[in-house]
Design a binder for this molecule. Structure first.
Ligand SMILES: *Cc1c(COP(=O)(O)O)cnc(C)c1O
Length: 353
């Protein structure tokens, strides 16, 4: 039986997706060829990527609404610079909610002036800043919807007339939002959609008119939109697995369905963190992430807890090196019973300690 995988990324994928994907590596579509040895321009693969692009828009309720979905390479980290390269003409506004936002800010500074509208760095990124205002003379506003490392999540997105760009790497397809508010969404696949190696970009076509400088072809959004995400060889395997995961999600009932499950999982774990005197949450309660729960354990109990959860076949709950403690990532494919297994260990430790 598979272990309970709470890994923060790369992360758990649905078992049926892994099975189909592994079969396709040996024999794709019963055509006696591997998925990864056929031309990316062959009809069977074009069908895969087109299906993936369509499913992504469908899940976000953006199909036929003037948006394009692209499967690019270079990770979300390349999007930090690509967004600025294309759209930062003079000045852009950024919300700093953690490591990933800070990295996006660092890259963007290479291209123009930045207004950091707010930052939660003063309290080691344990909350989401609120009540900030966005200047209306900026080229765009950039934020990170879910702070994977610290375990905070934005519940409210600002109303603004400037284009809204969002790094949704670690919570895309996990909850319902009005995605039409966003002009550009990007997400590295390996948190909630597929294996590492592809990055989903959902871009409003109108935004392409705002590309403000000469951008090299590979880094220019227009190139990829015009070539239907096939300007160069896409990462065929990650694209295929992402498509399968999007299909899996659709068959389950889409974001509406998975959001309920995700809320149940998060409630189960956070309730235990709050109830159990041995454990403490790290971030402000109202900003807790449904995807990544961070917590600490009382002094002296760590090694005992560590051996207990390992014994229970739990994987990947060590906290990020910059935060310490523990982090349980509960992405879409993580079953409720895995969270129950972790909660059971926490209860057992309380009984024995
Ligand atoms: C993991 C992560 C990234 C970095 O993604 P790469 O694909 O490794 O570049 C960026 N932003 C967020 C929110 C993340 O969780």
């Amino acid at each position: 039986m598979k272990k309970h995988n709470f890994s923060a990324g790369p992360c758990i994928l649905p078992e049926e997706v892994l099975k189909k994907a592994s079969e396709a590596v040996v024999n794709f579509n019963n055509d006696d060829l591997s998925l990864i040895e056929i031309s990316h321009r062959s009809a069977p693969f074009v069908e895969v990527i087109e299906k993936g692009r369509k499913l992504a828009l469908e899940h976000l309720n953006l199909l036929d609404k003037g948006y394009q979905a692209l499967f690019l390479q270079g990770g979300a980290s390349t999007q930090f610079l690509m967004t600025a390269y294309n759209f930062l003409n003079t000045k852009a506004a950024y919300l700093n909610t953690g490591t990933w936002s800070s990295k996006a800010i660092k890259e963007a500074k290479l291209f123009g002036n930045l207004v950091e509208v707010a930052s939660s760095e003063d309290k080691n990124f344990t909350y989401i800043p609120k009540g900030y205002s966005i200047p209306n003379d900026v080229d765009y506003f950039h934020c990170t919807s879910n702070n994977t490392i610290y375990g905070t999540q934005m519940n409210v997105f600002p109303e603004t007339d400037v284009p809204l760009i969002c790094d949704m790497s670690s919570d895309i397809f996990s909850r319902q939002l009005d995605f039409s508010k966003f002009d550009l969404i990007y997400a590295g696949a390996q948190k909630n959609m597929g294996p590492a190696g592809t990055t989903l970009v959902v871009i409003k076509e109108e935004l392409l008119d705002r590309i403000c400088r000469e951008v090299p072809s590979m880094l220019n959004y227009k190139t990829h939109v015009e070539k239907d995400s096939m300007f160069n060889t896409p990462s065929v395997f990650p694209v295929y697995v992402s498509m399968l995961t999007l299909e899996w999600l659709k068959n389950l009932g889409g974001i509406n369905f998975i959001e309920e499950v995700n809320n149940k999982k998060a409630k189960l774990l956070y309730d235990e963190i709050d109830r159990n005197p041995l454990f403490n949450g790290i971030v402000a309660k109202e900003d807790r992430s449904v995807m990544n729960a961070t917590f600490t354990i009382n002094e002296g109990l760590q090694s005992r807890f560590d051996s207990m959860w390992k014994e229970a076949r739990i994987n990947g709950i060590n906290g990020h090196r910059s935060v310490g403690g523990y982090r349980a990532s509960m992405y879409n494919a993580l079953p409720l019973y895995s969270v129950q297994a972790l909660v059971d260990v926490m209860k057992e430790l309380e009984r024995k300690a």
